[in-house]
Design a protein around this ligand. Structure first.
Ligand code: SAH
Length: 288
């Protein structure tokens, strides 16, 4: 699989960190998968088949921050070697709360963590390096998952489902719209010796057929604001009464719109977390 590496640079009076956040959110909407901070900007990666320069112009043309001019330079990177490069250079082992370590198979094993997850990311999003994955993992670590039926919506590497299974969930289903992510999720389940992970290629439409016999006790959905808003109804319908939906992938300023939509669908806010402007909401379905 070929990728494009696009190096973005800019000049602006605003802090680089803010520009990076806004730019990467816009790029994620048009299919960019990985982001690496560079000294003078941001480097982003997108699968060749998803790259559409016109869409990129639209993102840059409609950039929501004022007085900023963004330049970019793209390079095509061919297949296999690229994955290795990326993993070796950019995927650092990450520890969450001294309880859970996420690393790849080429990192040294770490001692002293209750849970260790091995992920070979191959460009699928979900290494724990992103704030939203961190927020989700932090919640999973705090929850008793024994015997639960879990849905990991937008599973990427399936890091969330894998941790849920390690914490005693009875079954987990990972759904992702990206074929590459689904393959990677299956590989990662194998690497971590977890059984009972079913990976399904698809979007929200794939949920209902999977929830006919029993609905889910917990749904994790770390995707983005617009997809969550669009698909929340399908997630809410697939929850058992009293079950929780944890969602992330959006900024703190998006909390009200997501909360309102979830409440309209019969869910109540029961928890909230934030990390560097990124947000997580726990919404619970009424018991009756
Ligand atoms: N769950 C992982 C990955 C989150 S990244 C983590 O928490 O780190 C978001 C994932 O959602 C990507 O893998 C992307 O392919 C997938 N995705 C995007 N739109 C989707 C949709 N409409 N339905 C299902 N998955 C989607």
């Amino acid at each position: 699989m070929n990728y494009y590496e696009i190096k973005f640079t800019w000049e602006a009076d605003i802090e680089d960190e803010i520009v990076r956040d806004v730019l990467s959110a816009g790029l994620a909407e048009i299919g960019f998968e990985s982001f690496v901070d560079s000294e003078d900007g941001l480097t982003a990666y997108i699968a060749g088949k998803h790259y559409d320069e016109k869409k990129l112009w639209e993102v840059l043309g409609g950039f929501p921050l004022p007085d900023i001019h963004i330049l970019y330079d793209s390079t095509l990177i061919e297949g296999q070697d690229w994955n290795e490069e990326w993993e070796k250079n950019y995927f650092k082992p990450i520890a969450i709360d001294n309880k859970c370590m996420i690393r790849t198979s080429f990192h040294e094993p770490a001692e002293g963590y209750e849970y260790e997850i091995i992920i070979d990311p191959k460009m699928a999003f979900g290494t724990g390096n992103h704030e939203t994955t961190w927020l989700m993992i932090n919640e999973i670590l705090k929850t008793d998952l024994t015997g639960k039926r879990v849905l990991d919506m937008g599973c990427g590497t399936a890091v969330l489902a894998i941790l849920a299974l390690k914490k005693g969930a009875a079954t987990a289903i990972g759904i992702d719209i990206d074929e590459w992510a689904c393959k990677n999720a299956t590989e990662n389940a194998r690497l971590n010796n977890v059984r009972n992970l079913q990976v399904v290629l698809g979007g929200a439409g794939a949920i209902a057929p999977l929830a006919t016999e029993a609905r889910f006790d917990i749904i994790y959905a770390n995707i983005n604001r617009n997809i969550l808003l669009q698909d929340l109804h399908a997630y809410a319908a697939a929850l058992q009464p009293g079950a929780s939906l944890y969602m992330s992938g959006f900024y703190t300023h998006d909390i009200p719109v997501l909360r309102t939509e979830a409440e309209r669908l019969g869910l109540q806010l029961v928890g909230k977390a934030e990390r560097n402007d990124w947000a997580l909401l726990e919404m619970r379905k009424a018991t009756t």
